[in-house]
Design a protein around this ligand. Structure first.
Ligand SMILES: Cc1ncc(COP(=O)(O)O)c(C=O)c1O
Length: 415
């Protein structure tokens, strides 16, 4: 068999540029590739080994056993760490909720978790379960009401007098540390109400009071919002959504800039053991490559559809942070690089909302979001969705199809 002509040396064909030189939309294409050399693969392999050659001190080996760490995760974890502006790689989890549970498990017994009333309902349900077992309090807040969140932080801090560190920044080294009053959980924009939190103001207030701050960045993605730059300690993703982007993977991830927190979360992942499979992570990295173009197209579609919905007589209210009249518009414009591709709109009854979701022919009636295909869902069909979410609220995950095809289908369903 004739061999392809290879370089006489296995050295790199040319020195690849450092990832930090690139804009994020280049970074997602270039990062996490194997060492550049003639004949080398362009993409990382799907590494299926469950164990790795090692002897002596097992902690000294970069890979020893695939529940702890595997090369199957490394390219994606490094890419996500860079995208979220951390010097440390991210940590991939078996689902977004596994990542959320690991982070919430850091809240110490006797502490408080302050969490948006309208955070993703799975996060809230999971938090309630963990709080029951680990004996911490949960306070739900309207995350768009900065004064109310600060009042909740004050109250939770006062409930543990003497526990608030004088230096708030130092206090957030680990939520599990004695003396931490707990964690502020931010989701912005929220799912499904699309409320926008004042992330810099809330992270400052929380850290001044010794709270750890975690942000679910699923709706925005690191291309539209980098919470670590806005003062957060931990960023969480449902990779299932935009990052993987094709509705064919369930996966989650966490990124932090703190070595101590990363260690805590790594331990949490290794010891609970619900880890991600190599193929899923490979698919997520493959999907991540096109995030910028998918998001550009989906956002442009969403913006136009939101404007048309806002002018439609059947629609009672449209929430999309990109609309100038939206309550979250100014904040989103200040702290995000774009408004995302999720819209929530309300019609006057559950029956009408269900009929619309059943009438569409191009949009797919389904839960989840962030894939290339447009999805539509009446959110209160989930029993756990809070009663403050209107019965007639429909969440749209706008995809990358042709705008006029999408609108024609939705308009016909509205009629
Ligand atoms: C904002 C948000 N965070 C987290 C999750 C949970 O992610 P997963 O379904 O990957 O466990 C979801 C799922 O819908 C979500 O919308």
């Amino acid at each position: 068999m004739t061999q392809p002509e290879l370089s006489t040396s296995s050295a790199a064909s040319s020195e690849p540029a450092a990832s930090s030189d690139f804009a994020p939309d280049t970074l997602i294409v270039e990062t996490g590739r194997p060492q550049r050399a003639y004949g080398a693969a362009v993409n990382p392999p799907i590494d299926l080994s469950s164990t790795f050659v090692s002897a002596g001190d097992i902690t000294a080996s970069p890979y020893a056993y695939a529940r702890f760490d595997t090369p199957a995760w490394t390219p994606f974890e490094e890419a996500l760490g860079q995208l979220e502006h951390s010097a440390l790689p991210g940590l991939v989890f078996g689902s977004g909720l596994a990542a959320i549970s690991a982070v919430i498990s850091l809240v110490p017994a006797g502490g408080t978790l302050i969490i948006p009333t309208h955070s993703y309902q799975g996060a809230l349900s999971s938090a309630e379960q963990i709080a029951g077992r680990q004996n911490f309090d949960i306070v739900t807040v309207d995350i768009s009401d900065t004064e109310a969140v600060i009042a909740a932080l004050d109250e939770a801090g006062h409930a543990r007098p003497g526990q608030v560190a004088a230096d708030g920044a130092a206090a957030s080294a680990s939520a599990g540390e004695a003396g931490s009053p707990g964690m502020l959980w931010i989701e912005s924009p929220t799912n499904p109400m699309l409320e926008v939190a004042d992330v810099p103001a809330l992270t400052t207030a929380a850290k001044d009071r010794g709270f750890l701050v975690s942000v679910d960045n699923t709706f925005a993605t690191p291309l539209l919002q980098t919470p670590l730059d806005l003062g957060a300690d931990i960023v969480v993703h449902s990779v299932t959504k935009y990052l993987a982007g094709h509705s064919d993977v369930v996966l989650g991830a966490v990124v932090t800039g703190s070595t101590a927190l990363r260690e805590d979360l790594h331990t949490e992942r290794s010891m609970r053991g619900g880890i991600a499979g190599p193929f899923e992570v490979w698919l997520a990295l493959r999907g991540l490559r096109t995030l910028a173009v998918r998001l550009d197209r989906a956002q442009a579609n969403a913006h136009a559809i939101a404007e048309r919905l806002a002018a439609h007589p059947t629609v009672v209210e449209t929430r999309y942070p990109g609309l100038p009249g939206d309550p979250g518009h100014a904040r989103a414009a200040a702290q995000m690089n774009g408004f995302g591709a999720i819209i929530s709109f309300t019609v006057d009854s559950a029956e009408k909302a269900t009929a619309i979701a059943e009438a569409v022919r191009l949009w797919t009636p389904a839960t989840s979001l962030g894939g290339v295909e447009s999805l539509i869902e009446r959110r209160r069909r989930h029993p756990a969705e809070p009663a403050t979410v209107p019965e007639g609220l429909i969440r749209l995950s706008v995809g990358i199809e042709n705008l006029e095809d999408l609108w024609a289908d939705l308009e016909a369903a509205l009629a």
